[in-house]
Design a protein around this ligand. Structure first.
Ligand code: NA7
Length: 289
């Protein structure tokens, strides 16, 4: 019999992940702060819990995917929080992107309750979440990971065991630094070409035949050229991840100069935006000028 899965956080990522768990036949209980977002999954067969605690209590495997460290702390340690609901012997997986130190704190709290924890942030964006092609970066015990492979397989195509608790989050922060810097570099190069009077499409065309080609270019260049920044991966979350990477670097004494500059550019765009934007909108830093 398939384990009962609980899912907390039905944002851009969580909702399609939940739909894929249902499609794969897992009994699913969901909770979301804004209850209206549970309706689609309820129609597809999910039960809706009254609190994070209730969702955790009904699960063999609990999965959370919420915005940031304060959101995760709220659903775990806040009123009717999930931690107190977790059953001894159950497994808890967090797929939010948060600080590695928070992942280790959660692992400790879980161990005290006889619960196995994995930090398992994802890459692949909403597109990967919808297609069931996410990639999980996992920290924690390899044996626990083995147990939940069928659950991860319903939502993703690959998972990497990267080390002890926090290792998944560390690699995820490094991954997002690279994506943020790539899009920032693309936006700068497009600004240069455009100012010099060459059509920006031509740069993209040449890049597609060069070493600078990347899947990221396929997705983000059309958004920048069309100035269409409907959020697939929101800029506010990329800004958060760059901050988390810089915090980690500060703790370790590792200089990240390019990331520090990029974070200021993301910060400027985030500060001047009224609407929720994709992180490709970092190009607005130059487009406004
Ligand atoms: P979204 O679409 O912004 O969704 C965020 C989710 O987090 C959504 O379910 C929110 O509930 C929930 N949230 C945010 N703050 C809180 C608090 N304080 N309490 C409870 N729940 C909260 O993000 P994505 O799905 O794109 O990304 C999720 C994670 O994956 C994030 O860490 C990324 O960096 C990677 P709401 O619906 O607003 O009530």
């Amino acid at each position: 019999m398939k384990p009962a899965v609980g899912l907390i956080g039905l944002g851009l990522m969580g909702k399609p992940m939940g739909a894929n768990l249902l499609k794969a036949g897992f009994p699913l209980t969901v909770w979301n702060r804004t209850r209206a977002k549970t309706e689609d999954l309820a129609r597809q067969g999910a039960k809706v819990a009254g609190s994070p605690r209730e969702a955790a209590a009904s699960s063999d495997v609990l999965l959370t995917i919420v915005s940031d460290p304060p959101a995760l702390e709220e659903i775990l340690w806040g009123a009717s929080g999930a931690l107190e609901g977790l059953r001894r012997g159950s497994i808890y997986i967090d797929s939010s992107t948060v600080a590695p130190s928070l992942a280790r704190r959660i692992a400790k709290a879980c161990a005290e309750r006889g619960v196995e924890f994995l930090d398992a942030p994802v890459t692949g964006g909403t597109w990967g979440a919808e297609k069931g092609e996410l990639v999980f970066m996992v920290g924690g015990s390899a044996e626990t990971l083995k147990h939940v492979e069928p659950v991860l397989g319903a939502m993703g195509k690959r998972w990497f065991h990267l080390g002890p608790h926090g290792a998944g989050q560390t690699v995820k922060l490094a991954m997002n630094m690279i994506l943020a810097l790539q899009v920032d570099a693309l936006a700068e190069a497009l600004a240069l070409v455009t100012s010099a009077g060459v059509a920006p499409e031509r740069l993209v065309e040449v890049m597609q035949s060069s070493m600078a080609r990347s899947p990221l270019l396929d997705i983000k260049a059309p958004m920048i050229l069309a100035r269409n920044y409907a959020p697939s991966f929101p800029l506010r979350l990329m800004h958060k991840d760059l901050g988390l990477a810089l915090d980690l670097a500060n703790q370790l004494g590792v200089p990240l100069p390019a990331t520090a500059v990029a974070r200021e550019i993301y910060n400027a765009v985030k500060g001047s935006a009224k609407e929720d934007l994709d992180y490709a909108a970092v190009a607005r830093f130059w487009q406004k000028a």
